[in-house]
Ligand binder design. Structure first.
Ligand code: HSE
Length: 432
């Protein structure tokens, strides 16, 4: 008897998923027991690269989640609605769910997992973070013996591609974004990627798994890459850093703390750091825990085949359980979400980190001394101060601090901006 899939969506990932299921030879034998029973699409007459029986295709997605023959609903339509409602209806109808939808899980994970636990069904989401990179199951299972202290990821391929290109050719953001859009590496509306929202969804999910508590998506501090300039990339390079969009979840004082830092922002990282060499559209997630130390997951973070690989691994996990237990009596705690409490998140002004700031100042004797005095007054200790170039007759001064409290740093900047010699502060970036 085959296990029947109701596939919602036959776009890039849906097509990749169908292609794997329809061609099981050489893959895990469980794949031979999976059948695509129904497929929900918007345009049934659209030419498809994958051959499915015409009677399996429907525009009635509600009918799929209610179909008594469907065992597992695979939601690959993306977006918030109707995806959220269809997932909840599938759960209410006793279906297991596999989804790649980070936006829904990051915002409605609480509602979805409460419903799934009550209904005794699984909701698996390996494809929601890092595309084809197995990171969800490792965090849930393989790393379970560890006290996780940090999860730091490059989890958005579009922004990593743009920053890599900016670094390689010395071009500014807008020019590289336009090229990336022409080449199909960036969406026509790039907001979710370039403003860090996609990465914020993903780190909310990873943090919840790694730190064993629910996370509110709105608690993730989020800055995108629009303000990163070629000048900053160039200065960072001279100072021994590379700029990446990082998604960071960190125990505030190591793993013994129940307070979390949760943030997405462009970050200067030392060139020797393991994440510094992750280029182009690739993703990587560096997890640190005790006693393991560091482990890094690297691979293709998007695309039809890689993301479908993660989707199908979730399907086979559920099929494996259904085969060994029949219908699930009780859920495997290693595969479901049992968190009840919310993690407490450190407000960004309490964050302690290093900063990079670039100032444009009149080339007046004593200006560097004034900057130093203002920083000193607010307990901001400087690691380096350099003046390399001039821009429009103004001296460009770049400062890197030691670890400082963000609130103190911002107060010092307010005071510095009031100095007559200081014209603007074009960039403020955090340093790992
Ligand atoms: N838009 C995402 C990225 C891929 O650029 O990485 C899907 O999560």
């Amino acid at each position: 008897m085959a296990f029947k899939i109701g596939l919602l969506g036959l776009g890039t990932v849906g097509t990749g998923t169908a292609e794997i299921i329809l061609n099981p030879s050489g893959r895990h034998p469980l794949l031979q027991e999976i059948e695509i029973h129904r497929v929900g699409v918007r345009s049934p007459d659209k030419p498809r690269s994958v051959q499915l029986p015409p009677e399996a295709i429907t525009t009635d997605l509600e009918a799929i989640v209610a179909d008594p023959e469907v065992d597992i609903v695979v939601e690959l339509i993306g977006g918030l609605e109707p995806a959220r409602s269809l997932i909840l209806k599938a759960i209410a109808n006793g279906k297991h769910v596999v989804t790649a939808n980070k936006a829904v899980i990051a915002r409605y994970g609480d509602e979805i997992y409460t419903a799934a636990n009550e209904a005794g069904v699984y909701v698996l989401l390996e494809a929601s973070v890092g595309g084809g990179i197995p990171v969800i199951k490792p965090l849930k299972q393989s790393l379970g013996a560890n006290r996780i202290s940090s999860i730091i990821g490059i989890v958005n391929g579009t922004t990593n591609y743009i920053l890599t290109q900016m670094t390689a050719v010395g071009a500014d953001f807008e020019a590289v974004l336009a090229d990336a859009q022409k080449l199909g590496y960036a969406e026509a509306d790039p907001t979710a990627d370039v403003d860090g929202l996609d990465a914020a969804d993903k780190i909310a999910i990873l943090a919840s798994l790694g730190f064993g508590g629910r996370v509110k998506r709105e608690d993730v501090y989020c800055e995108g890459i629009r303000q990163v300039s070629a000048a900053d990339i160039n200065y960072a390079d001279k100072l021994g850093f590379i700029i990446k969009l990082l998604a960071i979840a960190q125990g505030a004082k190591g793993y013994e703390s129940d307070r979390l830092q949760l943030r997405v922002h462009p970050t200067l990282i030392p060139k020797a750091h393991p994440l510094a060499s992750i280029n182009g559209v690739y993703n990587a997630i560096l997890v640190e825990g005790e006693p393991l130390g560091q482990v890094m997951f690297f691979g293709p973070g998007a695309g039809s085949g890689p993301t479908a690989s993660a989707v199908v691994s979730d399907i086979t996990n559920i099929v494996g359980i259904l085969k060994s237990n029949g219908k699930t009596e009780s859920l495997d705690p290693l595969l479901t979400c049992t968190h009840q409490h919310y993690c407490s998140i450190v407000p960004i002004e309490e964050l302690e980190t290093r900063f990079y700031a670039r100032f444009l100042c009149g080339d007046i004797p004593g200006v560097i001394g004034h900057l130093g005095t203002c920083f000193g007054k607010h307990q901001v200790s400087l690691e380096s101060v350099v003046q390399i170039g001039f821009q429009d007759q103004l001296a460009e001064i770049v400062v890197v601090t030691h670890d400082v409290c963000e609130g103190n740093f911002r107060q010092a900047l307010d005071e510095i901006l009031a100095l007559e010699a200081v014209k603007t502060i074009p960039s403020i970036l955090r340093v790992l």
